[in-house]
Design a protein around this ligand. Structure first.
Ligand code: ZN
Length: 333
């Protein structure tokens, strides 16, 4: 089975649309894929900020005196369950939803949230979501044929459903962000200030991280996969080198004792983030060494291995894709 989102998932399909331009490799099991009746975990992080794990990209939410602010919405089919989980913590109205980027496992629930919340994201998130039907109609017929040829029934079903969705959806029906920004904005709720900062292109070209100042909690979206090999959406404007710039820019803006919610993986701290940064730096320096030694991309991909990271989820499936992208971007001297 192929997956079209970015971190976890056995979903395929859920919300329709907003697939990444290139299917990522098959998922590996993790805590995001528990049984339907038991998929959610809510973890209080202090300062009225909570992490909510379900299926797809991790959610963060802040409970203010008169409003709740939510970061990311996972999938449409589980969005009512997400709302229920928040309701179990507070009856304050959910007024704002921030999308960290456009991937389906982070925006799929937007259709449910837009009934009551203002959806906010960087300009490119809206652009990419609205362009999604035409991207699917352009790219997926060939992938559907390929899947059929390979006998990949689940993949074929997914592509067929996406093509059907893209053929009939009206652009105005897409639950894209309605409040967009270029570089950053702040949301003020009660005594809390929530900074939403666009980073240099890393996972996509619409990445934002969300910083809850008073609570000192940072939600990094997929600019950070904790102990998980990332999906780097090059076709979606992402960049391996950009991951380093994005992480460095974020670290420079937050206190050293910040609590961090990654897009995928467990809640951690700056040390956890730096370990992930080291993974990116290591794959880039392997690629650079190969280029300096005159190795072709194929030669490099045949032999590249970073044993220190074998314990990362997704090493078997996504590592070579990361290596290929690193080779393309690494300097040759
Ligand atoms: Zn993603």
């Amino acid at each position: 089975m192929r997956k079209l989102m970015c971190g976890a998932a056995s979903f395929l399909l859920a919300a329709g649309g907003f697939a990444q331009s290139k299917p990522a490799p098959p998922p590996t099991p993790d805590h995001h894929e528990r049984k339907a009746e038991d998929i959610f975990t809510v973890k209080p992080l202090g300062g009225s900020v909570y992490a909510l794990f379900g299926r797809g990209g991790n959610i963060g939410f802040f409970v203010g005196p008169d409003a709740v602010v939510v970061v990311d919405s996972q999938f449409k089919d589980i969005a009512p369950g997400i709302v229920q989980q928040i309701r179990a913590v507070t009856d304050k109205p959910i007024k704002y939803l921030v999308n960290t980027h456009h991937h389906g496992d982070h925006v799929g629930g937007n259709e449910v949230f837009r009934e009551f919340a203002v959806i906010i994201a960087q300009d490119n998130v809206r652009k990419r979501m609205l362009a999604s039907p035409q991207d699917i109609l352009r790219d997926y017929p060939a992938r559907l044929e390929e899947a059929k040829k390979k006998g990949d029934a689940a993949g074929a079903k997914y592509y067929a459903e996406q093509i059907e969705w893209a053929g009939k959806v009206k652009v105005e029906e897409i639950a894209a962000p309605v409040l967009t920004f270029d570089s950053q904005l702040r949301i003020h709720v009660g005594g809390e200030t929530i900074g939403v900062w666009h980073t240099p292109p890393a996972h996509t070209d619409g990445d934002s991280v969300v910083y809850f100042e008073k609570a000192n909690v940072l939600h990094m979206g997929d600019v950070f996969f904790n102990q998980v090999v990332p999906f780097i959406d090059i076709e979606g404007g992402g960049s391996v080198l950009g991951y380093l710039s994005a992480i460095d820019a974020v670290i420079a803006r937050v206190p050293g004792n910040v609590t961090i919610i990654p897009g995928h993986g467990e809640v951690t701290d700056v040390a956890g983030l730096k370990a992930f940064r080291q993974y990116i730096a290591d794959i880039l320096s392997s690629a650079r060494a190969a280029k300096v030694a005159g190795k072709s991309k194929d030669e490099f991909l045949r032999t590249v291995d970073l044993p220190a990271y074998k314990g990362y989820r997704g090493y078997d499936t996504r590592f070579k894709d990361n290596a290929a992208a690193a080779y393309d971007e690494a300097p040759a001297k």
